[in-house]
Design a protein around this ligand. Structure first.
Ligand SMILES: [Zn+2]
Length: 339
């Protein structure tokens, strides 16, 4: 109603002052653009966290800062749907013993050991597991029949959907946290068709050793109650590195989840620092820019850097961004910030 009266005033031909015109423009801005994020003045508290995140981003993590503070917060579906419609992405070897396969949005990481493979996540459904896990491994010259474990990072269908199939087809054992198993057991139609039956339970600090490789798991709730994360060793042309893989990083949409993930981020920073983590991967390419980095790895010359190796300082600052942007969202929504 105010917008309408402002337009009448501005188009009525009556002489009016610059101040009146300004007031009219302001009214237009407020009433026509109230839902556009960029037009709302940020609160000082929210802005303070955004600036902290920007400082943590320094000169090398701009994209991560903008993603977590704004794009993921304001347009949660944009990236996934965009990526899903993109040209199919070929699987790739990213370390001597780690492989990438993607449906364009989700990444499944395949860890090769001396006694078979540990696969992290399984895409949305059996068809995707067949195409991107089984098919992807075959393209890479790997035998999917040697998949020994499928680790379900958390209880969302885009991660567990193909796991039941991988167990039936290849005899893989499935691993998930207790809260994840409980949630998957309660799945409703249509996803219940893909929900795997309870198998191995991941506890906090638990180690899984397969042949020459050990993976250490931690419970990192927040994105979901049952989210887990993993630390393991890789080699890049023979040079050892330590991967830190946080298994659930999408921003929770409620106050409790946001505060919980801030705690998990803080703990993860300590755990990864103590473990000497220097390589960053995630299970959605929007979070670690894996697709971009894999494209570089396809053309990389011997001795050149591996973009998944970010170093300890950048790794820590990456999670500083996650924490501060999550606090900014709590502030934006007038929610309590525990720490
Ligand atoms: Zn999820």
């Amino acid at each position: 109603m105010s917008t309408e009266s402002t337009i009448k005033q501005r188009t009525g031909g009556a002489p009016h002052s610059a101040l009146a015109r300004l007031a009219g423009l302001m009214a237009l801005t407020v009433f026509s653009g109230g839902t556009a994020h960029g037009q709302n003045p940020s609160s000082d508290v929210e802005y303070g966290y955004i600036i902290k995140a920007r400082e943590a981003a320094a000169e090398d993590l701009h994209r991560e800062f903008y993603h977590r503070c704004f794009i993921d917060a304001n347009y949660p579906d944009t990236i996934a749907s965009y990526r899903k419609t993109a040209t199919p992405i070929e699987p790739a070897k990213v370390f001597d013993n780690l492989y990438f396969t993607s449906d364009g949005d989700n990444t499944v990481w395949i860890l090769r050991t001396s006694e078979g493979f540990i696969v992290f996540d399984s895409f949305n459904n059996p068809a995707e597991a067949l195409e991107f896990v089984g098919g992807g491994m075959t393209k890479l010259g790997l035998d999917p029949g040697q998949i020994k474990y499928v680790v379900i990072t958390h209880e969302h269908a885009d991660h567990f959907g193909g796991s039941k199939y991988l167990k039936e087809k290849y005899g893989a054992r499935l691993m998930a946290s207790e809260p994840a198993w409980q949630t998957m057991a309660a799945e409703k139609r249509p996803r219940v068709a893909y929900a795997p039956a309870r198998d191995m339970v991941i506890a906090d600090g638990q180690r899984l050793t397969l042949g020459d490789t050990t993976v250490t798991f931690y419970l990192t709730p927040g994105h979901s109650a049952g989210s887990i994360s993993a630390i393991f060793n890789v080699k890049d042309n023979g040079v050892p590195h330590v991967v830190g893989f946080m298994g659930g990083m999408g921003s929770p949409n409620n106050e409790a989840g946001r505060n919980q993930i801030i705690k998990s981020y803080a703990r993860w920073q300590t755990l990864t620092a103590n473990a000497g983590v220097d390589a960053l991967i995630a299970n959605h390419s929007a979070q670690d820019n894996a697709i971009d980095k894999v494209e570089f790895l396809r053309v990389r010359r011997p001795g050149a850097f591996n973009p998944l190796v970010v170093g300890a300082d950048r790794y820590r600052r990456y999670f500083e961004i996650q924490k501060e942007c999550t606090r900014a969202r709590l502030a934006r929504n007038g929610q309590k910030i525990d720490q």
